[in-house]
Design a binder for this molecule. Structure first.
Ligand code: PLP
Length: 446
């Protein structure tokens, strides 16, 4: 710690770096090479050493309207003063109802009921519990098995890691909730596709029939997928894939859950990927962009028939024994309301639609650069897949992203991919800056 440049520490003593056990971070590496962020405005972060760093990742797929939005901070300040907290069990506050009503109107078809939580992980576990309880309510309690997908990411709680398809979770945490998995949809013949890939959609979705054949539909509660897998490196569904999944779920009476924590609130150019891809799930989970990440919030949307199945029995009893102390937190609701106003007033989802062809062109210009084996994109999300360095998987992407940070662009590495997902207010020159910075890093790294 002696050797850390004090200008990187934002006034912290080196010893003060030890207590905070950082999430999903190489703690020892970070603490030896701190990347502290001390401010944010619009498209830019400010680093501890006073540099302006272009946000190429919307923070962590979440600050969709850019940073430091005054409308949100004013709404939050006002809310803390007028009603800082309200118990969400047995009592309620009007903005929770107002927000749910507004969200339900934004959501496709009859996804008319909203259950609030605080994160994407809680949204995933809430949705999985609703799916199981739904089948009990319908008198089909044997339907308990959950189907996820290899490389899927549904947060870090026990339900989410069980349906998720990340090997690290199995290595570290042992058995979870009963689940099986579809294969991921990353096919070599689709490399360098622009938008949705052409090949393999039906075929990959048909693997669900095999799982139904193995487990029997009478044991399966739900299938959960991200419309496109974000955390695994923007793995897109080939054309027809999601439609076919829906068809097979209908045929066997299996619930279909879309995890839209990343794809929800505009990333694809529509409010929800369900709408963008024209496939209606039974349940949608969201978080992140719902509040522009200014205050944590998650929301689970369910269709009428799901909700209706619970609204039976004695009226004085809770229909679902589930919820969080901070469900529908007044401050989170205020942040979300102000966020939705911004999306609407500035037509930010349309903006994604308008600028994404330019973004697509720009990211695909990296084809042919050293180490690049695939480029994938949709809306304002893209991944540059690198050939792993022999014996040092993930290091190439890590070095490129760390180098980009030095050069004034914040990105993210995940495995051997560099991921890009800028706020929707990005300008063309800023897209150019991101792509030029990545290109320079690719030339530089070994
Ligand atoms: N689901 C998806 C698709 C995600 O991408 C994420 C986070 O990146 C989560 C769930 C978990 O969200 P959180 O980190 O808010 O718990």
């Amino acid at each position: 710690s002696q050797s850390i440049d004090p200008s990187l520490l934002a006034g912290l003593e080196p010893e003060q770096m030890q207590a905070f056990w950082m999430p999903f971070t190489a703690n020892r590496h970070f603490k030896a090479n701190p990347r502290l962020i001390v401010g944010a405005e619009g498209m830019y972060y400010t680093s501890a050493d006073g540099r302006s760093v272009l946000d190429g990742f919307s923070g962590l797929w979440c600050s969709n309207a850019g940073h430091g939005r005054r409308e949100i901070s004013e709404a939050v300040a006002q809310q803390v003063q007028s009603l800082d907290y309200c118990p969400p069990f047995q009592f309620g506050h009007p903005d929770a109802f107002r927000l749910a009503d507004r969200l339900a109107k934004m959501a496709p078809a009859d996804l008319n009921h909203v259950f609030f939580c605080n994160s994407g992980s809680e949204a995933a576990d809430t949705a999985l519990k609703i799916a199981r309880a739904y089948w009990r309510a319908k008198g089909q309690g044997s339907r308990t098995k959950l189907i996820g997908r290899v490389q899927g990411y549904h947060g870090v709680n026990f339900g989410g890691i069980s349906v998720g398809g990340m090997v690290g979770n199995r290595k570290l945490f042992g058995p979870g909730v009963d689940a099986d998995h579809l294969p991921h949809t990353l096919l070599p013949e689709n490399a360098f596709s622009r938008g949705l890939p052409e090949h393999g959609g039906e075929e990959m979705a048909n693997r669900l029939e095999e799982l139904v054949g193995l487990h029997d539909a009478s044991n399966i509660a739900a299938v959960i997928v991200e419309p496109f897998a974000g955390s695994a490196g923007v793995i897109l569904p080939p054309k027809g894939y999601l439609q076919k999944l829906r068809e097979i779920c209908d045929k066997h009476d299996i619930l279909l859950i879309f995890d839209e924590v990343i794809t929800g609130f505009g990333r694809t150019g529509s409010a929800f990927a369900a709408e963008e891809f024209g496939v209606l799930p039974d349940i949608i989970t969201t978080a992140k962009g719902i509040s522009n990440a200014a205050v944590p919030l998650g929301a689970v949307f369910v269709r009428d028939h799901i909700h209706e199945a619970f609204m039976q029995g004695p009226e004085h009893l809770p229909e679902l024994a589930h919820g969080y102390t901070y469900s529908a937190h007044p401050v989170a609701c205020a942040a979300a309301m102000a966020t939705l106003d911004i999306y609407e007033n500035e037509k930010l989802f349309e903006r994604v639609r308008e600028i994404s062809p330019y973004f697509e062109e720009a990211v695909h210009s990296l084809k042919g650069k050293p180490h690049v084996v695939d480029v994938r994109n949709y809306g304002l999300a893209a991944a540059i897949q690198l050939e792993p360095r022999a014996g040092e998987a993930t290091k190439r992407a890590m070095e490129a992203v760390l180098g980009a940070w030095e050069d004034g662009v914040l990105l993210r590495w995940t495995g051997d991919t560099i991921a890009i997902a800028p706020p929707f207010i990005i300008e063309r020159e800023q897209i150019d800056k991101i792509v030029e910075t990545i290109a320079a890093q690719l030339e530089k790294i070994q």
